[in-house]
Structure formats: structure tokens, C-alpha cells
Design a protein. Structure first.
Length: 311
């Protein structure tokens, strides 16, 4: 998720902001400055999505975190495929850092940890993520200069506020101290994140781009934020369903694997369940007071019989 500060003591309202550059030589027309200024409003909107606010407060359910990891896997798979395609293209080549930055393999490790050896068979790209993926592929194949916007939005955030999210997730989900499940946030080949980000911005500023192209890149970066927010909103909707499930009795109807829209319980919560869905009907029947009374009586009789048998 786009994010931005390194200090865990940073205020929640600042968590998605990139650090200010301390280089007095930076020009207002440099691409890094244009991106920073041109995406401030998007930063504000992204940091105020319910999913992000809950995450930062440690209110993240494991199943929802798993689905977020799935979304990231499909997003970075598309991004890095297009980066590989354009690694020799002068409009992007200076920003090609596969050893230092690429996240696909790290995300694969996280998914293996959460879903097991056959994780690839258990995940599916969500609707909001697919729209993001499609845009990345279009850009990489038809407007590669705009790929800069997607790379900047993702990787600079991962090296910044992503490190805060790593600690929040590890603590809230009680993940191992050996960093299983959060390899996405671990950059073994970046020894100094701040210095690397300065190098990355310097490379961006050195790209031979005219004013119009820079403006298009800023516009594309804002689109990238919007795609991310759509994914956040999708996850938030699923998160509310998880909360309702717990309040209604905790029916274990979905384990975060595959297409959540195919799960009867969540399909009902999202307003897409078939009226004749057997599972939906059974859950509805079980919630009727009379049925609950009969079930309670049966349970009492069964318990009495069991106690008699043991005695």
C-alpha cells in the first residue's frame, strides 16, 4: 500500500507522506518535486480510507491481511513484468533496480506462509486489483514513460511508511519474529533506505522528459493512488463482512482463499447472493428464535445423555 514515513512514532495523519528532500539544489520543476506536490491531495485521501486507518491502529484481521497480500502479489507481478519489458527503454531504464526493489518473490514467500505449498491454486485476483493490473499492463506496453509513476508510487512508499506497517502487522497478527508473512516489507539489498530513495529521486530527475510528459506522469501517479484506494475500499467492504460475521456468531464460512464473491455468506453481505442459496437459507433459519430454542433443548438432552453415559 502506498505509505511513507519511517518513524513508528509518526502521527497517523502523516503516515502516507513521503519525506521532504533536504537537497537545496532540487528544482521545483524536477520530476520528484512535481510528484511530491502533485500527489499531496491523493496522499490525504488514501490515508483517510477506513482500511488504512484501521490498519495503522492495529485493527487488521489476519484473513483480511492475507487478501491484501494477494492483491499486492498480482499488482507487483504486473508492475515487474512491465519493468522487465522496459528495462532497456531510456524513458525508464535508469529506474530499473530489480535486485534492490522487486517484490514479487517476497510476496510469493508470504503467500506460501499463509496459504501453504499450493497457494497459487488458492488465490484469485479481485475485481479492483484486476483494474489496477490492467492499467499497469496498458502503460507498460503503450506508454512506458508513465511506468515511472507506478514504480515511484509503489516502491518509495514500501521503503518508507511500509516499514511502519510491517511492525504494525507483525505485532497485531502475532507473526513470527523471523519475519515470515511480512517478507514484502523486507529489503535485504537496500542497506540505507533514505540514501537509496535519494538516489532513486535523482535518477528520476535526470530522465530526459519534457514538461508535458512530466505532467502526464504526475497525472498517472494520481491514477495509481486511485487504483490503490479502490483496492482499499474493496478490502474495507470485506472487512465489514468479517466484523459482522464475528458478531453474528463467527460462522467459519470463508478462509480468505479464492474468490470471496463465490462464498455464499460474503456474497449475501455484498448483496449478490442468490435468493435460493441453500447456505443462506440455512443460516437464516438457524437465526430464528424458535429454531434456536429447539436446538438449545436438543443440546441439553444430548448433554444429559452424555453425562449419564459417562457416569
Amino acid at each position: 500500500m502506498p505509505s511513507a514515513l519511517e518513524s513508528p512514532e509518526a502521527g497517523e495523519e502523516d503516515i502516507l507522506r513521503y519525506e521532504e528532500m533536504q537537497d537545496d539544489a532540487v528544482s521545483p520543476m524536477d520530476l520528484s518535486e512535481l510528484l511530491k506536490e502533485g500527489t499531496k491531495e491523493s496522499h490525504d485521501r488514501a490515508e483517510n480510507t477506513q482500511f488504512v486507518k484501521d490498519f495503522l491502529k492495529g485493527r487488521i484481521k489476519k484473513e483480511l491481511f492475507k487478501l491484501a497480500t494477494v492483491a499486492l502479489y498480482f499488482t507487483y507481478s504486473a508492475l515487474e513484468e512491465e519493468m522487465d519489458r522496459n528495462k532497456d527503454n531510456p524513458v525508464f531504464a535508469p529506474l530499473y533496480f530489480p535486485v534492490e526493489l522487486h517484490r514479487r518473490e517476497a510476496l510469493a514467500k508470504d503467500l506460501k506462509y499463509f496459504y501453504g505449498e499450493d497457494w497459487k491454486e488458492k488465490i484469485q485476483c479481485s475485481e479492483a486489483t484486476q483494474q489496477y493490473v490492467d492499467r499497469i499492463h496498458h502503460v507498460g506496453q503503450h506508454e512506458p514513460e508513465l511506468l515511472v509513476a507506478h514504480a515511484y508510487t509503489r516502491y518509495m512508499g514500501d521503503l518508507s511508511g511500509g516499514q511502519v506497517l510491517k511492525k504494525v502487522a507483525q505485532r497485531a497478527l502475532k507473526l513470527p519474529s523471523t519475519e515470515e508473512g511480512i517478507q514484502f516489507y523486507v529489503f535485504d539489498n537496500v542497506s540505507n533506505a533514505q540514501q537509496f530513495k535519494q538516489l532513486y529521486r535523482a535518477r528520476m530527475n535526470a530522465l530526459d522528459l519534457d514538461k508535458n510528459t512530466k505532467e502526464r506522469i504526475v497525472e498517472e501517479a494520481n491514477k495509481a493512488f486511485r487504483f490503490n484506494m479502490q483496492v482499499f475500499d474493496e478490502l474495507d467492504k470485506i472487512g465489514r463482512s468479517l466484523a459482522e460475521e464475528a458478531q453474528d456468531g463467527g460462522f467459519p464460512v470463508h478462509d480468505g482463499k479464492g474468490d470471496i464473491r463465490k462464498c455464499p455468506y460474503y456474497a449475501d453481505k455484498l448483496g449478490t447472493a442468490s435468493p435460493g442459496c441453500p447456505f443462506h437459507a440455512a443460516v437464516g433459519l438457524a437465526r430464528q428464535p424458535l429454531v434456536q430454542l429447539v436446538l438449545a433443548a436438543c443440546m441439553a438432552v444430548a448433554a444429559g445423555a452424555a453425562a449419564w453415559y459417562i457416569l
